[in-house]
Design a binder for this molecule. Structure first.
Ligand code: PMP
Length: 367
C-alpha cells in the first residue's frame, strides 16, 4: 500500500538528486528561512472553529443558518479557559496576584479545570470548590492538573456557608495576602473576556451577518460580554438565553423576582441566585429547556454530526434550532457548544444514569 501526503512536498522524492543536494546545502548552511512560531498550550485559547449545524434545523424559509462555536476545542475543553486567562493575566499585571499566592475558585467544574490548567502552567497552587452535582470526569480533571478540590453538598441554599460559591471567601477572609479569588460570578473581567475575544470572533466568522446569539447562563459572562459587543456592532442582534427547567433566570427576566430554584441535571447553566456578571438588560428572550430536550440534542449532535458536546451545548442548540425553525426571514443564529461531551460520558451519554433519572438515551441517524 502507498500513502500520499496531502502537502505540496508530496512530489519530492528524497533520494532524487535535487533533494540530496538540498539536504547537503541545509546541513552546511545556517537556516535563514523564517522559523515557525511554536506556542505554549494556553496560547491556543480562543479562535475556535465555527461549525455549520443548519442540517439539524427545519427552517420554514430559505437563508436560515445555525452556526456553533466549538468551545470544547479550547485547551481545557471548555469556554471557561477564556475568562481564566483574562482574569489571571490582569491580576498578574496589576500586582493583585503575586508568585507564591494560591488561587481559589468556586465552579461547576469548567472554570475549575481552566484554573487548574493555567495555575499548573504558571506555578500557582489552586483550590477549586464545587458541589456533588459536578461530574466525576470534571472533578478528576481538576485533580489531574494538581489542584486541590473541595466538594460541598448539592442542593444547599445560597445563604448556607456550605454552598460551594461561598467557600472561596473563607480562604480570602482568613488570609487576603495569600489567596486570590477568581470570583467569576461578580468579576466584570469575566464578561470582558467574551467582549474581547468570543464576540469579535463571531462577528468576523459570520462577516457581520449574525442576527441571533443564543447562550445559556450561569455567571452570565458569556451572554453579557458577547451580547454587549454584538449589539454595539448591530443593535438589531437578538440575545436569547436558554434556561433549564428549575433555574431562576426565566422568572427573573419576566418579573424581576425569583423563587427558590429546583434541581435539574444539565451542568454548568442556570442558577439559584442572580450573579453580578449577568446584565439581564441585554437579554431579548428566555427559552426554557428540559433535561431530556437538552440531552436528546446532545445525542443527535453526536450521532448525526459527530460532535460530542456537553449538556449545556445540547440545551443551547435546542434553543438555537427553535429560533431558526420559527424564523420568517433569512437569519444567522449563532450559539456556543460550551464544553466537551467527554466530561459527561458517565452522565449525558450513559443509558444507565439516564434511566435512573427517568430519562432516555435517544437514537438518531443522519438524513
Ligand atoms: N456551559 C457550561 C458547561 C459551563 O460550565 C458554563 C459556566 N458555568 C456555562 C455554560 C455558562 O457560562 P457563563 O458562566 O458565562 O454564563
Amino acid at each position: 500500500m502507498t500513502f500520499v501526503a496531502e502537502t505540496n512536498v508530496s512530489e519530492c522524492d528524497a533520494s532524487s538528486p535535487p533533494c540530496k543536494e538540498a539536504a547537503a546545502v541545509a546541513a552546511e548552511a545556517p537556516c535563514v528561512a523564517p522559523q515557525p512560531q511554536y506556542k505554549r498550550f494556553s496560547d491556543l485559547i480562543g479562535n475556535t472553529p465555527m461549525i455549520d449545524l443548519t442540517a439539524l434545523a427545519s427552517p420554514k424559509v430559505s437563508g436560515v443558518k445555525v452556526l456553533a462555536k466549538a468551545e470544547f476545542m479550547n485547551p481545557g475543553l471548555s469556554i471557561k479557559d477564556r475568562i481564566i486567562r483574562n482574569i489571571i493575566d490582569q491580576a498578574e499585571a496589576s500586582g493583585q496576584l503575586k508568585p507564591g499566592m494560591t488561587i481559589v475558585a468556586a465552579s461547576s467544574g469548567n472554570t475549575g479545570a481552566a484554573l487548574a490548567m493555567i495555575a499548573a502552567m504558571r506555578g500557582y497552587k489552586a483550590i477549586v470548590t464545587t458541589n456533588q452535582k459536578c461530574s466525576a470526569e470534571k472533578m478528576n480533571a481538576i485533580k489531574a492538573y494538581g489542584a486541590e478540590l473541595i466538594v460541598t453538598p448539592a442542593g444547599v441554599g445560597i445563604d448556607s456557608p456550605d454552598h460551594y460559591m461561598n467557600a472561596p471567601q473563607v480562604f480570602t477572609a482568613a488570609d487576603p495576602d495569600k489567596y486570590f479569588d477568581i470570583d467569576q460570578y461578580d468579576n466584570m473581567k469575566n464578561p470582558e473576556a467574551y467582549y474581547k475575544t468570543l464576540a469579535p470572533e463571531i462577528w468576523e466568522q459570520t462577516c457581520g451577518t449574525v442576527t441571533h446569539f443564543v447562550a445559556g447562563a450561569s455567571t452570565g459572562g458569556t451572554i453579557s460580554g458577547t451580547g454587549r459587543y454584538l449589539k454595539e456592532m448591530n443593535p438589531a442582534v437578538q440575545c436569547v438565553l436558554p434556561d433549564p427547567v428549575g433555574s431562576i433566570f426565566k422568572q427573573f427576566y419576566e418579573t424581576g423576582q425569583y423563587d427558590k430554584a429546583k434541581s435539574y441535571l444539565i451542568e454548568g447553566v442556570g442558577k439559584d441566585t442572580i450573579p453580578g456578571a449577568l446584565d439581564i438588560s441585554l437579554v431579548d428572550e428566555v427559552i426554557v429547556v428540559t433535561d431530556q430536550q437538552a440531552f436528546d440534542m446532545c445525542h443527535r449532535l453526536c450521532q448525526t454530526e459527530g460532535v460530542l458536546a456537553g449538556g449545556s451545548a445540547g440545551m443551547n442548540l435546542h434553543a438555537a434550532i427553535e429560533v431558526a425553525n420559527r424564523a420568517t426571514e433569512p437569519c444567522t443564529v449563532v450559539t456556543v457548544l460550551c464544553d466537551s461531551g467527554v466530561k459527561y460520558l458517565s452522565k449525558v451519554y450513559n443509558p444507565e444514569f439516564l434511566e435512573n433519572n427517568g430519562l432516555t438515551m435517544s437514537e438518531h441517524q443522519s438524513q
